[in-house]
Design a binder for this molecule. Structure first.
Ligand code: NAD
Ligand code: MG
Length: 331
């Protein structure tokens, strides 16, 4: 059984007198900054100072002291890296590493840069992760309601001997201790996160949707009908999984849908699909995917932009945009 921590296992006083520097006030950053402040923690924020940067403006309007990343590193006892994964390495090397106080800690919300050794902190720095299992707005909203989003905790480097205590106090201040904080490693979090998004959540589901839509269109059905049956209704099904798992989905749909799903589903996602998943996992584990993605990003992302444009030009997008206008409640 894996290890789970709750509020009672964490001591907020570990953070008293300390400054937490939130670097990047985006999806995660705004939620971390606000929840920690409401938990009584001393927070400063680093953002790109530009009046056209809406996150800079938002942090200022929320009443935070907003500085640059170098200043955040100089003043923080805990430096929380919440800039996009693709730019963490240069920001760390240029602004953070040269300004770190001895004995300070580095925190991440995803293990990518540490696990793939893009960032290699010196041995005197505590390095840990608190990764909420939800987007930033949910992390903020649940906290404000008195709840919390479950988090993962992992320790990469325990230089002070206090890394776990600091990490758990941070997770408690973020609201994660109200729901549960599950122990993992940087390796496990990074590899499973990439695998999930590639094979099921983003890549797999999008490929399944496109394939289903294309088969109906080539058989002569109306695109509007295909959109509703293939993409729109997927949300209703996912909500059932989210609430009560496979059994609740099977219970809620008609017997016809349940029987058809149980008998045909395994013919669609086959051993061949699983083998492709295994291959994807291997490329993640070997670091091949990370290398490919960082090289693509560094080269300007031409292929990435092409792939994104191809998805945007898929026929399901045109019909979907029209039909969603009929359903203003969606927004
Ligand atoms: P984001 O893109 O929403 O926000 C990043 C912010 O960093 C932006 O506001 C940007 O202006 C700012 N920034 C860029 N360069 C900067 C610099 N030099 N100095 C200061 N600020 C700078 O990012 P995000 O989606 O919140 O992701 C942050 C981290 O959280 C990533 O490691 C990601 O993997 C992880 N994470 C994200 C989610 C999510 O729901 N988005 C969930 C779990 C973990
Ligand atoms: Mg994830």
């Amino acid at each position: 059984m894996s290890k789970m921590f709750y509020d009672a296992d964490a001591d907020l006083s570990v953070l008293s007198g300390k400054t937490v520097s939130i670097v990047g006030y985006g999806s995660q950053g705004h939620a971390h900054a606000m929840n920690l402040r409401d938990s009584g923690v001393n927070v400063i924020v680093a953002e790109l100072k530009d009046p056209n940067n809406k996150n800079y403006v938002a942090a200022t309007e929320a009443g935070f002291e907003v500085v640059d990343a170098a200043e955040a590193a100089k003043r923080g006892d805990i430096i929380v890296i919440l800039v996009p994964d693709t730019v963490q390495k240069p920001i760390y090397e240029k602004f953070i590493q040269p300004n770190l106080k001895p004995g300070s800690a580095l925190m991440f919300a995803h293990g990518f840069n540490i696990h793939f050794k893009c960032i290699q902190p010196d041995a005197k720095t505590d390095v840990f992760m608190i990764a909420p299992k939800g987007p930033g707005h949910l992390v903020r909203d649940e906290y404000a309601r008195g709840g919390g989003v479950p988090c993962l905790v992992a320790i990469h480097q325990d230089a002070t001997g206090n890394a776990m205590q600091i990490a758990l106090a941070y997770g408690k201040a973020l609201g994660g201790g109200r729901a549960g904080i599950l122990e993992t490693t940087f390796k496990e979090e990074t590899e499973t996160d990439l695998f999930g998004e590639q094979t099921v959540l983003c890549g797999g589901s999008a490929a399944l949707i496109k394939a289903g839509f294309e088969v109906l269109i080539e058989a002569g059905y109306q695109p509007e009908i295909a959109y509703f049956e293939i993409m729109h209704e997927l949300k209703l099904i996912v909500d059932l999984y989210y609430r009560g798992g496979l059994a609740f989905m099977n219970y809620s749909v008609s017997d016809t849908a349940e029987y058809g799903g149980l008998t045909v589903g395994p013919k669609i996602v086959t051993e061949e699909t699983k083998n492709a998943m295994r291959a994807a996992l291997q490329r993640i584990q070997s670091g091949e995917f990370a290398k490919e993605w960082l090289a693509e990003y560094a080269a300007g992302g031409e292929n990435f932009k092409k792939l994104r444009a191809a998805d945007a030009a898929h026929p399901i997008e045109e019909v979907g945009a029209r039909l969603r206008k009929m359903m203003p409640w969606i927004k």
